[in-house]
Each structure stands twice: as structure tokens, then as C-alpha cells.
Ligand binder design. Structure first.
Ligand code: GLA
Length: 473
């Protein structure tokens, strides 16, 4: 069982504790569900209108037809409401920068002015994003994660930024970010409090959505800590989605709904995709190879469920890119970049753009990898082969092309060769009758033309990946 979930004692409910393990301290929500009165049902969801359609008491065939027509109209309105949740955003996986993995919950600006979660941090990152090629490479969102808020709401019940750390407020920051040709993301939580204990959006979905829109926010990361039940968790994710839509502003909606659901219940991805633009399924990424590896292993294990659901408007989110930090070797960084492209993952870097090596920058800004990640066909890739040493993944691309990744997951020894038949790719069609192959990572290289029955031998460093693009001829 994942460390943040403990079984409830009654009624078979599980308690979604606030991931105390990451904070290294107990957060007091032990009795958040048990023994609490059930909060009132949320109101105002169009979808619920169906159940209110009155059944005719009398009046014969015509009345029955009228009732049927009314029912159909109400049902159609409900369906339209669901379809309306397709907000036209995230047609390719969103790209940007998100503070969490690198800067966590630093709130002491006196002690650590360069690293605390503050207006200054986001202004400096926005400057770098605009000036150093990040925006032009496609990284357009600059996103605030947890810990931006003041500990309480204002007198009108609105969320407010911590006044010491964000002296100009979020509206001013959004204006600044927009002036740089970038977009601003913000964070809140479906429950009573965020994972770090700041005010959550529970019971305030409409107001918070309006507040974010009035500030000019372009993306909301909506976390799932501290919700009193799975029903409220789901209801909250739906209600915030509808509330964001009602603001009339284009706001990308990033969810963690399936991640909080999964330990207890199989997520309904068809529904989640109707409400969210991308969604986390698995634990937070850490700055380590074991974290990257566990995300890849989890994804391969669940690919039959999650791959088919991804597409324009809705993406599985394996969490942030940690390239440019401390924990990954060069080969492991290549693997993260290549595999996030294969998985059609949102690309949110969490690193310090003020201090980043030229190699990491070059990798993160690699146009060919980004083009694979952003391929307009919008199909997520999947694992084709896993043996003792290697994994072979492919991703169908537009123009009948394929991205192919060969990952050497051995953590001992030196470079190894993996040999495979091209008939394995694209159900035998990727290279039929012939194809040209170009290596994208670790370095760009032309491999020439191959016929359908050829085999390919690829040398890969331990924990590294070779990423290829296979083009039909
Ligand atoms: C959760 C999320 C993280 C981050 C933190 C903030 O753990 O999964 O991505 O947002 O909360 O507290």
C-alpha cells in the first residue's frame, strides 16, 4: 500500500491522509472522515438535472411523448455539459516550468531569499524563460505550486497570496509573466487544505475559479490532499472543472484525481478525461534514477489502461522533468527526456534556470525530442519488449512515422548492444517495405535506409536511452 494511504477502520473507506511521509511530520487529519457528519451534497451541477425530470402522473400517450421529449432534452443538456468540458486546450502536452520538485515549500525568504517561493523567484524564472530560449522552445507556462498562499482567506473569503512573499499579488505577477509572452499557472487543492497545509478550495470552487480567472491565471494544478471521502474528491474535481469553464477564461486544468483514487478504486479515465486536461497517476517525481525508473515501470505495467485514453486535450502526467538538478547522470537525463517524449507527457521542468548546465539546457531544448513529444497525432507510446537488460518502446507519430526508444535498464557494466528486428515496429508496418532511421538522442545522427526484414543493433549506456525516429519510405 502506498505510504500516504492508510485503511479506514469503518465502512471500508480508506483515509487519504495528506502525504505526511513527505513532510516528515504528522499532519492531524486522522479523524477527517471517521465520525464526521457527511458534508452536504454539492449543488449546481448541470449533469444532475437528469434525475430531477418529473415523471408524468397522467395524460395518456401525448403526455408520455411530451415527457419523453423533455427527458431527452434534459439528457441532451447534460451530455452537452459534459462535452462542453472539452475546453479546447492542451491539444498537445502542455510545456512549462513548475516550482515544486526543486523549490518545495520554502517560505523563509529572510533566510533564503533566492530559493523561497516568492514573486521574485517567478519573475526571475520568467526572465530566464523569455531570454534564454525556453519560451521559444515551447515551454510557455510558468507555474506556482503549493505554499504561495497566506495562511487564511481574505474577508470576502478569497484566497490571497502571502503578502510578504508576493507583495504585488498574483494579478501583478500574471501581468508580468504575460508581458514576457508566457502564461501563469497556479495551484490549489480539492480538499480542506493543500498538501502543505494552506487553505484548500473545498466549498470554494466557484469563488476560487473566479478569483484565478480575475487574476489572469492560465493553468490550475489541482491537488487531491485532505478530501473527506472519495465521493467528495471526485465531486470536487468535477466542480472545479465546471467552475473554471464558467469563468470564460482559458485555464488548463491539471488534476491528480486518479492518483488519489487508485489505491482504493480503479479510476474511470473516460470520465477523468472529460474533466481534466492532464492527470497524475503515480507518486511525485524525485530527483533520482530510482524515481524515474519507478514511474516508467508503473507506466509500462498499466499501459493497457492508460495509453489508449491519452490524446489531444487529455494526457497522462508522469510528473516533472528533473533534468538540470542533482540526481540524474547524463544518460539518465537522456532517458527522462526521451521517455517523456515517448509517453506524450506534459513537459514541466522543475529546476533552477538561473543555474543550469549547458548540457542540460541543450537536452531540454532539443527541438527534435520536443517535436516528438508535441506530435499532433497525440498518441501515447507504449512498451513493446522488456527483457533482462533492455526495454523497447514505440510511439506512433503523424505521417506514419514512429519514435522508438531503446532503454538499457542494467545498472552494472558498460554499454550493451540490443538487436531487434524492424518487423517488431508498428505492428510490422513501421518499416514496410523500407524506412529511414534517424537517431535523435543521445545525439542527432543519420542511420540511413533499412528494409523491412533488417535488424537493428543499438548500443546503449547503462540507464541510458537511444531515441530513434523511423520514417516510412
Ligand atoms: C503533492 C503533489 C506534488 C506537489 C505537492 C505540494 O504531493 O503531488 O506535485 O504539488 O503536493 O504540496
Amino acid at each position: 500500500m502506498p505510504p500516504h494511504v492508510t485503511r479506514g477502520r469503518r465502512r471500508g473507506y480508506s483515509r487519504l491522509a495528506a502525504r505526511d511521509w513527505r513532510w516528515g511530520r504528522a499532519v492531524p487529519h486522522d479523524d477527517w472522515f471517521l465520525g464526521q457528519p457527511r458534508p452536504p451534497n454539492p449543488r449546481g451541477l448541470g449533469i444532475r438535472a437528469v434525475s430531477h425530470a418529473a415523471v408524468p402522473r397522467r395524460g395518456g400517450a401525448m403526455a408520455a411523448v411530451r415527457w419523453m421529449l423533455r427527458w431527452v432534452a434534459v439528457a441532451a443538456a447534460a451530455v452537452a455539459a459534459a462535452l462542453a468540458l472539452d475546453n479546447g486546450l492542451a491539444r498537445t502536452p502542455p510545456m512549462g516550468w513548475l516550482h515544486w520538485e526543486r523549490f518545495l515549500c520554502g517560505t523563509d525568504c529572510a533566510a533564503d531569499p533566492r530559493r523561497c517561493v516568492s514573486e521574485q523567484l517567478f519573475v526571475e524564472m520568467a526572465d530566464r524563460m523569455a531570454a534564454e530560449g525556453w519560451r521559444d522552445a515551447g515551454y510557455e507556462f510558468i507555474c506556482i505550486d503549493d505554499c504561495w498562499m497566506a495562511p487564511t482567506r481574505d474577508k470576502q473569503g478569497r484566497l490571497q497570496a502571502d503578502p510578504r512573499r508576493f507583495p504585488g499579488g498574483i494579478r501583478k505577477l500574471a501581468d508580468y509573466v504575460h508581458s514576457k509572452g508566457l502564461k501563469l499557472g497556479i495551484y490549489s487543492d480539492v480538499g480542506n487544505r493543500t498538501c502543505a497545509g494552506f487553505p484548500g478550495s473545498y466549498n470554494y470552487y466557484e469563488l476560487d475559479a473566479q478569483t484565478f480567472a480575475s487574476w489572469g491565471v492560465d493553468l490550475l494544478k489541482f491537488d487531491g490532499c485532505n478530501s473527506d471521502s472519495l465521493e467528495l474528491l471526485a465531486e470536487g474535481y468535477r466542480r472545479m472543472s465546471l467552475a473554471l469553464n464558467r469563468t470564460g477564461r482559458s485555464i488548463v486544468y491539471s488534476c491528480e484525481w486518479p492518483f488519489y483514487l487508485r489505491p482504493v478504486q480503479q479510476p474511470n479515465y473516460t470520465e477523468i478525461k472529460q474533466y481534466c486536461n492532464h492527470w497524475r497517476n503515480f507518486y511525485d517525481v524525485y530527483d533520482s534514477w530510482s524515481s524515474i525508473k519507478s514511474i516508467l515501470d508503473w507506466t509500462a505495467l498499466h499501459q493497457d489502461t492508460i495509453v489508449k485514453i491519452a490524446g489531444p486535450g487529455g494526457w497522462n502526467d508522469p510528473d516533472m522533468l528533473v533534468i538540470g538538478n542533482f540526481g540524474l547522470s547524463w544518460d539518465q537525463s537522456v532517458t527522462q527526456m526521451a521517455m517523456w517524449a515517448i509517453m506524450a507527457a506534459p513537459l514541466f521542468m522543475s529546476n533552477d534556470l538561473r543555474h543550469i548546465s549547458p548540457e542540460a539546457k541543450c537536452l531540454l531544448q532539443n527541438k527534435d525530442v520536443i517535436a516528438i513529444n508535441q506530435d499532433p497525432l497525440g498518441k501515447q507510446g507504449y512498451q513493446l519488449v522488456k527483457d533482462k537488460n533492455f526495454q523497447l518502446w514505440e510511439r506512433p507519430l503523424s505521417g506514419r512515422a514512429y519514435a522508438v526508444a531503446v532503454l538499457n535498464h542494467q545498472e552494472i557494466g558498460g554499454p550493451q548492444n540490443f538487436t531487434f528486428s524492424l518487423t517488431l515496429l508498428g505492428n510490422g508496418l513501421a518499416c514496410n517495405p523500407a524506412c529511414s532511421i534517424r537517431q535523435v538522442l543521445p545525439a542527432s545522427r543519420d542511420w540511413g535506409v533499412y528494409s523491412w526484414l533488417s535488424s537493428l543493433s543499438v548500443e546503449v549506456n547503462p540507464t541510458g536511452t537511444v531515441l530513434l525516429k523511423v520514417l516510412p519510405l
